[in-house]
Design a protein around this ligand. Structure first.
Ligand SMILES: Nc1nc2c(c(=O)[nH]1)N[C@H]1C(S)=C(S)[C@@H](COP(=O)(O)O)O[C@H]1N2
Ligand SMILES: [Mo]
Length: 171
């Protein structure tokens, strides 16, 4: 097989694909929502023996972004929240070697700085402008906007889309 010809063909077909893709429904855009002032705790940050409660108001003091999607657990609409990286930076946790997220059902995931460089995570607090409740997989959940379509199509794993987050541990 002629490698150069194959490469040219591949390049040409991927270019064609690029132009054939319609405007993505799954783009993250700045949100117009006004931040909530709810100061009741929704996430506990744990660093060694230190525990800190974080409220929706604290999370939403950062710029809100939103994305339209159908979550695999059922909820569908506009999910709004803050970039996890910005939240971590604001909490001075962005250099943590490893982050452990724990959900209300005790499901757990680990994220390294490398994982966060690979893909951006959105820490979601709202669905269609309303605060996410425990019944709707809130009060907060993680989504990877760049993977939204692939996850919906069953082509990408969603093991890191942890919902009902109750705690973030660092070390
Ligand atoms: N809180 C919480 N988030 C979770 C899970 C879970 O059990 N609890 N399961 C994860 C896994 S492994 C996958 S594949 C998806 C879908 O989980 P499900 O198949 O149990 O619905 O959600 C992820 N987020
Ligand atoms: Mo899974």
């Amino acid at each position: 097989m002629h490698h150069i010809m194959m490469k040219t063909l591949l390049a040409a077909s991927s270019l064609a694909l690029l132009f054939a893709v319609p405007a993505l429904a799954t783009q993250t855009t700045p949100s117009e929502l006004a931040p909530l002032h709810d100061t009741s705790p929704v996430i506990t940050l744990v660093e060694g023996s230190e525990r800190r409660d974080i409220s929706r108001a604290e999370i939403e003091s950062l710029p809100l972004h939103e994305i339209e999607l159908r979550h695999f657990e059922g909820p569908e609409g506009r999910f709004a929240g803050v970039w996890l990286d910005e939240f971590l930076a604001a909490q001075e946790l962005d250099t943590a070697e490893r982050l452990r997220f724990i959900a209300h059902d005790d499901y757990t995931i680990f994220l390294t700085p490398e994982d966060r460089r690979e893909k951006r995570y959105l820490l979601v607090t709202r669905l269609d402008a309303e605060p996410l409740t425990l019944n709707e997989f809130g009060p907060t959940l993680l989504v990877v906007p760049a993977d939204a379509e692939a996850v919906e199509a069953g082509k990408e794993s969603m093991t890191r889309w942890i919902w009902s987050i109750r705690e973030i541990q660092t070390r």
